[in-house]
Design a protein around this ligand. Structure first.
Ligand code: 8LE
Length: 465
């Protein structure tokens, strides 16, 4: 086996083939594990040899980072966290000593798109970027994209690696790329007209944005199901595509298939978690592209299939800024491939319900664990829901209270009072907590052109009594 692999310039499988690389994608998991271990060994040795950061980080480990011989040894390596990267980049700006190539060999600079704290900086070399394009193309093939497809990208072309990573894959696959972007004032109204004229076959963006785009199209007099010709939409960045009722709503609105994708920008090729054209909900984990462990949220030890925990990722062929055992902070459940209801023939593990959210987004309300995506699922299943909502968690005395601000659809069949009861009942039955519900009219809450931010936890502001 060679490490790292050399991208295949422009080779593509036969158009009829469901696989980009049948052997890689359908081999028995045990055989894949051997290949993964070889790559892990190479990747860890490479990082150790080329990064002072990793040499320091692994100074006290009981295994030899230059020669990891088993998964058990690999699991002795400490977990890397976002704060470690921030701290390292603060002390050794701008890239930190995580960078394993010369600065002059960086061909692309990206970063985190969050609005709080110091951004993280990602330097990517040319061969890494080519491999990212190659892998994203391979994964998009499993999604059903083919070179004759026209693909519009409707996420912001900023530091956000979602847009650029999607672009790299679509380009490498040979599709007609339509990098439209998002985020400017009036851009969504323009997108509607461009889509009506150009009739793309596929769209990449965030699920929230697809709903906003659909609503905007309807306001301009279009029916997205009839007037647009999307076959598929692939999403990353937030839960939604694997929230069953949100997924159904987008599929119905546009008469297309929805595919969930995404790990993290740091872990690009972030499409290594991806649905395929056969999977009804959730994502396969292409763990021979990015190795993924599921760790217990408290003990941080590896979990078996069937369990719920935190995906923790390791690059397998990254020469510029490799991440090893990188803690995502997300929560999901994983299953072995043969437990998953999918006909694609791939033998990767699967996240049947996608990534529900971040561990720190989990609300604990009166002792019950609640993910905002569960609330979203209930609301999108209601006929008269007007597409947007907010969750406010407050504290009254010693009790936590859950307040929902929910839009009632234009042309709804129920009154605001009736809808309030419907929402209360639906949420109570899902999460066991009765919310206070404020009903407002569709369109009153701000829409996002990127990732939605729907939760306000005001408990820390409350005075303890
Ligand atoms: C549920 C993967 C990418 C480039 O689209 C992205 O959003 O990366 P970013 O900005 O580093 O944010 C990563 C976080 O977004 C993850 O930790 C997770 O909380 C969330 N996320 C990304 N994709 C999904 C997701 N949450 N489902 C997804 N499909």
């Amino acid at each position: 086996m060679s490490w790292p692999t050399i991208p295949t310039a422009d080779a593509r499988p036969d158009l009829e083939s469901p696989y980009w690389d049948e052997h890689q994608e359908t081999r028995p998991p045990e055989e894949r594990r051997e290949a993964i271990l070889e790559k892990l060994t190479e990747q860890v040795r490479y990082a150790y040899d080329n990064s002072e950061f990793y040499r320091e980080f692994y100074a006290d480990v009981d295994v030899d980072p230059r020669n990891i011989t088993s998964f058990e040894e690999f699991e002795q390596l400490p977990i890397l966290r976002s704060d470690d990267i921030k701290q390292e980049q603060k002390e050794h700006p701008p890239f930190g000593r995580l960078l394993c190539i010369d600065e002059e060999d960086i061909t692309r600079i990206y970063g985190t798109s969050g609005t709080t704290g110091r951004p993280k900086v990602f330097g990517i070399g040319e061969d890494d970027w080519e491999r990212i394009g190659e892998w994203h193309a391979q994964i998009l093939w499993s999604v059903g994209l083919r070179p004759d497809d026209r693909v519009i990208i409707t996420s912001p072309f900023i530091q956000y690696l979602g847009s650029w990573g999607a672009l790299a894959g679509v380009d490498r696959l040979g599709c007609t790329t339509f990098p439209f972007g998002a985020g400017m004032e009036g851009q969504t109204e323009q997108a509607v007209e461009w889509i009506a004229d150009l009739q793309p076959d596929a769209l990449y963006g965030t699920p929230s944005y697809a709903l906003y785009l659909g609503e905007t199209a309807q306001e301009s007099g279009y029916d997205p199901a009839d007037d647009f010709s999307f076959d598929v939409m692939f999403f990353s960045g937030e839960p939604g595509a694997s929230v069953p009722s949100t997924r159904r709503q987008i599929e119905t609105m546009f008469d297309c298939e929805v595919i969930d994708q995404g790990s993290m920008a740091e872990m690009t090729p972030w499409m290594s978690n991806s649905g395929c054209e056969h999977l009804k909900n959730g994502m396969h984990i292409w763990n021979d592209i990015v190795y993924t462990e599921l760790l217990d949220v408290e003990t941080e030890t590896p979990l078996d299939y069937g369990a719920e925990g935190v995906p923790t990722y390791t690059h397998l062929e990254r020469t510029s800024q490799p991440m090893i055992r990188y803690w995502s902070g997300d929560i999901t459940r994983w299953e072995r491939h043969d437990v998953t209801d999918c006909d694609c023939g791939r033998t990767y593990p699967t996240l049947p319900k996608g990534i529900y959210g971040r561990a720190d987004d989990m609300l604990v309300i009166r002792g019950k664990n609640v993910f905002p995506s569960q609330i979203e699922d209930q609301l999108h299943a209601l006929d008269d829901f007007g597409d947007e909502f907010r969750v406010v968690v407050e504290r009254e005395g010693t009790l936590d209270t859950l307040r929902l601000i929910v839009e009632l659809a234009d042309g709804a069949q129920t009154t605001a009072d009736e809808f309030q009861d419907v929402v209360r009942t639906a949420i109570k039955s899902e999460i066991g907590v009765t919310p206070d519900v404020n009903v407002i009219q569709q369109g009153e809450l701000e829409r996002t052109q990127f990732k939605a931010d729907r939760v306000k936890d005001e408990r820390e502001l409350a005075v303890e009594i």
